[in-house]
Design a protein around this ligand. Structure first.
Ligand SMILES: [Zn+2]
Length: 279
């Protein structure tokens, strides 16, 4: 499932290729994904100039000259594929196609259909029902130790679960929460209410650095954020603890006492951490 760094990389790829272009043709191949598509989607997109992009949490907003924004969410399995224009042969699970005035074809592919596409007035983006409840953007300057401390005060859930709550901070998922807690040397099982203060001062930069590194890895491993097959924004990233059960973490080699990365289940999902250095 794409998390914030992957979505950011997809957004940058879209910006690179589509900003300033006119959508000359828009097609949808079914009436709904996770939710119904707007009935007027094809008409509203056809002829519109793309003026810019932004990301909010795991959502991408594509702004159009007429005052609409297209809200895209990749869900569990959504992908965006950019190719040169070709005779229209929809690929399997391709639910939306946009063609631009410079001969680019954008396909939104989503086999499991947990993704979504919606329209929202650009001036009211933040009031869209999917965005209105989101917490702060982790990479914004406004996401500070004080802000995180306030959000966690009195919470008795494990810090792992608290960070997955999109109201606490937007865009984090299972992988990067594990990685950020490792970097901050905090146990994923620690109660969230013990984080405010000095531990939040460690955790906030750990979250930002983890995300920045992953975004940079995406940018440097993909040409213009696009894979050779045209798919945007997915990349191989070396995780420090995620999916590394029983391996020594990179803080522990040569330490006989190190039991290796441990995997536990929290809220039905795998957590990976180093029991020696995360407390
Ligand atoms: Zn270790």
């Amino acid at each position: 499932m794409p998390e914030l760094p992957e979505v950011e990389t997809v957004m940058r790829g879209l910006r690179e290729r589509l900003e300033g272009r006119v959508i000359v043709r828009a097609m949808t191949h079914r009436p709904d994904l996770r939710w119904p598509l707007p009935e007027n989607l094809q008409t509203r997109l056809t002829g519109a100039r793309v003026t810019g992009f932004r990301r909010r949490g795991k959502y991408i907003l594509m702004r159009l000259a007429g005052g609409d924004s297209v809200l895209l969410h990749l869900g569990m399995s959504g992908r965006i594929v950019l190719t040169p224009l070709r005779p229209n042969q929809p690929t399997p699970h391709e639910h939306m196609v946009l063609e631009t005035d410079d001969g680019c074809r954008l396909g939104f592919v989503d086999p499991r259909r947990f993704g979504s596409v919606d329209l929202v007035p650009t001036r009211a983006e933040e009031r869209h029902r999917l965005l209105a409840g989101l917490g702060p953007e982790p990479l914004d300057g406004g996401f500070t130790a004080a802000v995180l401390s306030a959000a966690l005060a009195g919470k008795r859930t494990p810090i792992k679960a608290a960070l997955l709550d999109q109201k606490v901070v937007a865009g984090l998922g299972n992988i990067y929460v594990c990685e950020a807690l490792y970097r901050a040397r905090l146990s994923p099982q620690r109660s969230a209410h013990t984080i405010p203060g000095a531990r939040a001062e460690r955790l906030v930069p750990a979250i930002k650095d983890t995300l920045h590194e992953a975004i940079e890895a995406g940018g440097s491993s993909l040409r213009d954020y696009v894979r050779p097959d045209g798919e945007l924004g997915y990349f191989q990233h070396a995780w420090k603890v995620y999916s590394r059960e029983a391996e020594p973490c990179d803080r522990c080699p040569g330490r006989p006492a190190c039991p290796g990365v441990r995997r536990i289940t929290q809220s039905g999902r795998s957590t990976f951490y180093c029991p020696r250095t995360q407390r």
